[in-house]
Design a protein around this ligand. Sequence first.
Ligand SMILES: NC(=O)c1ccc[n+]([C@@H]2O[C@H](COP(=O)([O-])OP(=O)(O)OC[C@H]3O[C@@H](n4cnc5c(N)ncnc54)[C@H](OP(=O)(O)O)[C@@H]3O)[C@@H](O)[C@H]2O)c1
Length: 251
Amino acid sequence: MRYGPWALITGGSEGVGAAFARQLAASGVSSVLVARKPGPLEQTAAEVRSLGVECRTLTIDLTRGVGEILDATADLDLGLLVLNAGANSYGHEFVDGDAAGHQQVVHLNVTAALPLLHHVGARLKARGAGGIITVGSMAGYVGQERIATYAAVKAFQRVLTEGLWLELQPHGVDVLHLVLGLTRTPAMERAGMRLDGAADPEDVAREGLEQLPHGPVHVIGGDATAERLSRHPRDAVVRGFAEMLRGRYER
Ligand SMILES: NC(=O)c1ccc[n+]([C@@H]2O[C@H](COP(=O)([O-])OP(=O)(O)OC[C@H]3O[C@@H](n4cnc5c(N)ncnc54)[C@H](OP(=O)(O)O)[C@@H]3O)[C@@H](O)[C@H]2O)c1
């Protein structure tokens, strides 16, 4: 498997993150799983180990900093980073809600994501091989009431990932923003969402790993809505815009 021998997965204890860990394990890739609650984390780690690979767990709240993750993975040959944790944690109209609540959504999806992408991205670039997946949402294509901050951070992640795809692909690093529609995860079940027709986390992770070499963006199930919202396939948009900007810089 070209993304081994170790993967770092945020939100690796359940849902899509745990599905990534199990499927990577089945291909011989060990993983470091990050989440806040030790119970589900240890349960998933035990499952992963039973598939014959190593698994380390880090009980960490990503909104409080990621230094510990960088330290704990310094000795590992990381081949893959999956930034999965990032569901909306605060649903209020923007001005009626608490500013600190909105800020938490930014902390998880932006403030924690940047140093992880920077640090692991640099390691993968130096190594000349590997992969990065950021997990996005259809919400990132359009502003929405009550989840305005969440929609905005998912747009941020998508655009950032497109840039990283341009920069890292020439160095052998596959980069993908994986856009999810409604998916049957424990977080969604706890939130009380109606989940009829929701995607299965195992299918989502499988499709994500299959599509990783074909960035910068993949929408699960090839959902036509995202395509309509973005008008053109993102690889053509990103490359076309990059070409235009290069021309400008040269003058
Ligand atoms: N499920 C959907 O329908 C759906 C739809 C569109 C996009 N997505 C995207 O898919 C990804 C996964 O979503 P999800 O529904 O599984 O919920 P999620 O809460 O983003 O992910 C669950 C995992 O993340 C961990 N986690 C959450 N907050 C954390 C924090 N502050 N620090 C460390 N770990 C944290 C959870 O464990 P702990 O709770 O123990 O920390 C669990 O392992 C997200 O990026 C979300 O935006 C999901």
